[in-house]
Design a protein around this ligand. Structure first.
Ligand code: BGC
Length: 868
């Protein structure tokens, strides 16, 4: 028996994160024991557990998916925690971890500082040299309006990049805490920050510039411990000095220009003699441009993989590097050019007629320019990121050596949880492409795409992909951060949700309003999804306010338009990019009536808020939302169904939404599913769905007795279909079904990304139906699950593993000559109800005969079942 995956508020040994309320979790792996008898949590101020400040005692009720000790940690303090689990067999295991708090509510001694030349150049170094006596521990608490890198005595202080990340800056600025003990020494020390504009001070989202604020600035406090005393030894003020950075221009969309001639050798060391250093200036962010400083929520953004390119000479004579994978991140390039020479690169997602192509990046220049000082050095852009597969070299030396180039895959650091492998290589590729879509769009914010002039936290994309995302990776911390931003933004929008979180689309808000259905519904879908997947009820409690506010917003719109209990007003993206807008095929809006979709989501959001109210035991809310839900459902059926059960909105998505969201009276259900199947068949056995219908289309078919139609859609190799893009060589998921046409040409450059994860949400169906693993909402965190595998004849096997909060599940099946063999692994203290397809009345499981008709329950262990 072993305990692993110890997490504090879903982070591994977090330092300086916002961890309220304190939430501990872990996973038990066990060969023999099946159940927890008791667990005990101890928290101490020392790693030897001599000074214990909390002890739960041995308790049977302590849950490994989320335990909330009645303990409030002090600010800036490291705690060690230890969990001891005793199992039903008497076996026991212990494991330990730590967490350290940040500044919490402590007042800042440091002040925002900027460079005196900030109006001309937003890039600068800022540093301070200070002296230290003996010390045992040291921390830096920092942030920036912009992006920063922290250096101490010439060394990078962390492997995190793009700090402080991308969040709702106008509402809150996240602070990072770094343990810099090993980088400091007795005597003189230098600490410095390299600052650039990044997301903060940029043209994100079609603004001209200065989205959040017009200045870049930095803030930093250094505290060291000597004996028991902690002393502030440096805090940004005008005793810090600034100098210009060799980065002469950068922005998220633009990329970066670097002039090596402007480098300041050893800029962050005591020995630095170079550079024109001038006094830093105090900066007071103008009202509304920077929220209060707050301990961080964001998981670290780090490098996860390194890619090596191949060199291509294109028909147009270009030198292009192919990294073989569309990815998000940046690169390192060795400079071998002579002094004064400038070379540059541009990136793109695909080739056209064999040549470099970047027109679908729209206004995003996505380039990198390097002016050489004649020294061999490695260039890398610290203040931006790129979404790309191909890189064109301009004016680079004639001799291009692939060893001089590296691609770095950058995204938020999350635990990978889900793995699927099947006998179908194309389906496997589709699975991997969706995973790459997640990696590429999980850079602190769940984004629509990582390459063109958007890269924004579009709420609709986040909503539809959240189930898939949770199966692939543990997203609790990542989405908690997103939801924190959303809640802060909702205050500005009176309960409404901006189309993107962080909000910045003034242009869009003025033109189309905010609070669009299915996009804004991320406010209810994400908290509920997070709760079901994580089992962390405190996440739900924190986010409950977002759910209630969003429902209040919708109901206000409804009340403004006659209280029909339908949502019949406002602009809605609805089934974005669906193929059934026959009247306006050029439009991005699908054929499903927008207000039908809005009314569906009205009901959905009320239902999820009701679910949450029940879990949180909010009695009066339960009553309120039950009544509202009944009214909305009734109004919906009256408005959209004929007395015989025909849905008057005649699209695949209309049927799919009503079926999935339980809006169909039972007596109409069969008709509606048959109508859906007919529509698919009439369409040449093809889907016509967009952003909203697609993610649940196959789930609805499988759930309602038509798995073979779901498989046919999955395995379709022609347009439109998932495997079409696999056949066309995609390495991520495209934004449009026909992003690239059969002849290989890009269908459109106006809005056409090759890395848009929305349609990758088919992967949720793969977990839930191909392998059959489904979390049960009343036992969240996968403590109890249902497993309903449904092996299609076209497959020979599947292997699925999912490292849930409750532990590792595995489901695999093999099909051979009409014999099917299943293998199930159920984790410690968990339970699975198994439903086998076409099974005989009884089967042998673990030496015992069990009835299959109504499913059977398995507790922890490994099981094999086979039948013909
Ligand atoms: C984005 C989408 C987004 C949409 C709004 C697009 O430009 O890329 O993914 O959800 O606008 O409908």
């Amino acid at each position: 028996m072993k305990i692993r995956k110890l997490r504090t508020n879903h982070f591994t040994n977090p330092v300086g994160f916002s961890i309220e309320p304190l939430t501990l979790s872990w996973v038990v792996d066990s060969e023999k024991a099946t159940k927890q008898k008791t667990a005990r949590i101890e928290i101490a101020t020392d790693s030897k557990f001599a000074d214990i400040v909390f002890d739960s005692g041995n308790e049977s009720k302590i849950s490994s998916v989320a335990y909330y000790p009645d303990f409030t940690p002090e600010k800036r303090t490291r705690y060690f925690w230890r969990v001891t689990v005793v199992a039903n067999t008497g076996e026991s295991a212990t494991a330990k971890a730590f967490f350290e708090t940040g500044k919490k509510k402590e007042r800042w001694q440091a002040k925002w500082q900027t460079s005196p030349f900030n109006s001309d150049n937003k890039h600068f170094f800022i540093k301070k040299t200070f002296s230290l006596a003996d010390f045992s521990d040291a921390r830096a608490y920092c942030s920036a309006l912009g992006i920063y890198e922290l250096e101490v005595n010439g060394k990078r202080a962390t492997d995190e990049v793009l700090l402080p990340g991308y969040h709702s800056y106008t509402q809150q600025i996240q602070v990072q805490t770094f343990d810099i003990t090993k980088l400091l020494k007795k005597g003189e020390n230098t600490i410095g920050m390299h600052v650039g504009p990044g997301w903060y001070n940029s043209d994100l989202g079609w603004a001209d510039a200065d989205n959040f604020g017009a200045n870049t600035a930095a803030i930093c406090e250094v505290r060291v411990k000597t004996g028991k005393t902690v002393k502030l030894v440096a805090a940004t003020d005008n005793s810090w000095v600034c100098a210009k950075s060799p980065v002469v221009k950068s922005s998220i969309y633009y990329g970066e220009d670097y002039d090596a001639n402007l480098e300041i050798e050893d800029w962050s060391t005591n020995e630095c003699k170079a550079g024109d250093w001038v006094e830093a200036v105090l900066f007071t962010p103008p009202k509304g441009t920077a929220g209060p400083l707050h301990d961080r929520y964001s998981p670290p953004i780090t490098i996860h993989e390194t890619l090596k390119p191949e060199i291509i000479k294109t028909p147009a004579g270009e030198t292009v590097l192919d990294f073989k994978q569309n990815f998000t991140g940046w690169f390192e390039i060795k400079n071998r050019a002579a002094a004064g020479k400038t070379w540059s690169i541009q990136v793109g997602e695909l080739l056209q007629q064999g040549n470099f192509f970047r027109d679908n990046l729209r206004k995003a220049e996505a380039q990198y320019t390097y002016t050489s000082d004649g020294n061999e050095a490695v260039g890398r852009p610290p203040f931006t990121f790129y979404g790309f597969r191909f890189m064109r070299l301009n004016n680079y030396t004639n001799d291009v050596n692939p060893e001089d180039f590296r691609g770095y895959v950058v995204h938020s650091k999350l635990d990978r949880t889900g793995y699927i492998k099947t006998s179908n290589a194309k389906v496997n590729k589709l699975f991997r492409n969706a995973l790459w879509g997640q990696k590429g769009n999980f850079l602190d914010v769940p984004t629509d795409c990582p390459q063109r002039d958007e890269r924004l936290g579009w709420t609709g994309d986040a909503q539809v992909f959240s189930g898939t995302a949770y199966f692939n990776m543990d997203c609790s911390a990542f989405y908690q951060k997103y939801m924190n931003d959303l809640i802060l933004e909702q205050k500005v929008y009176d309960g409404g949700v901006p189309h993107t979180v962080p909000a910045l689309m003034d242009w869009l808000r003025n033109k189309q309003g905010y609070g669009a259905c299915a996009w804004g519904d991320v406010a209810t879908v994400l908290p509920w999804t997070s709760y079901v997947f994580s089992g962390d009820v405190e996440l739900l409690r924190k986010q409950y306010i977002a759910m209630k506010e969003w429902v209040r917003y919708i109901k206000t719109q409804d009340d403004k338009h006659g209280s029909k209990r339908l949502w019949q007003s406002g602009y809605h993206f609805a089934d974005w990019l669906a193929l059934d807008n026959y009247k306006h095929p050029e439009s991005s809006e699908g054929g499903t009536d927008q207000h039908y979709v809005a009314s569906v989501y009205y009901a959905r959001s009320v239902e999820l808020t009701l679910n949450a109210a029940r879990v949180l035991d909010e009695k009066s809310d339960v009553e309120y939302y039950s009544k509202l839900l009944a009214e909305v459902k009734e109004a919906f059926v009256n408005e959209y169904f004929s007395p015989n059960g025909r849905c008057v909105v005649n699209t695949q998505t209309a049927n799919v939404l009503a079926l999935h969201m339980n809006l169909v009276p039972e007596k109409f259900r069969d008709r509606l599913i048959m109508d859906l199947v007919k529509k698919i068949k009439d369409n040449g056995m093809a889907l016509s769905t967009g952003f909203l219908g697609t993610p649940i289309l196959c789930r609805v078919l499988s759930d309602n007795g038509y798995p073979e139609v779901a498989y046919a859609l999955l395995l379709r190799e022609k347009l439109p279909g998932w495997l079409y893009e696999v056949n066309m060589g995609a390495t991520t998921i495209w934004e449009r079904w026909n992003s690239v046409l059969e002849a290989g040409s890009v269908s459109d450059i106006g809005m056409n990304s090759m890395n848009h994860y929305a349609y990758g949400s088919i992967v949720e169906w793969m977990y839930r139906h191909l392998s059959g693993l489904n979390p049960l909402e009343d036992s969240p965190g996968f403590r109890k699950v249902e497993i309903r595998p449904d092996p299609p004849q076209d497959f020979k096997y599947i292997d699925m593993k999912y490292d849930s909060p409750a532990g590792m599940y595995a489901v695999s099946w093999k099909l051979a000559k009409n014999r099917v063999e299943f293998n199930f692994t159920i984790p410690f203290s968990a339970q699975a109800k198994i439903f086998l397809p076409n099974a005989p009345a009884t089967v042998k499981v673990g030496g015992k005969s069990v009835n299959t008709a109504r499913g059977f329950t398995l507790t922890a262990g490994n099981y094999k079942v086979a039948y013909t």
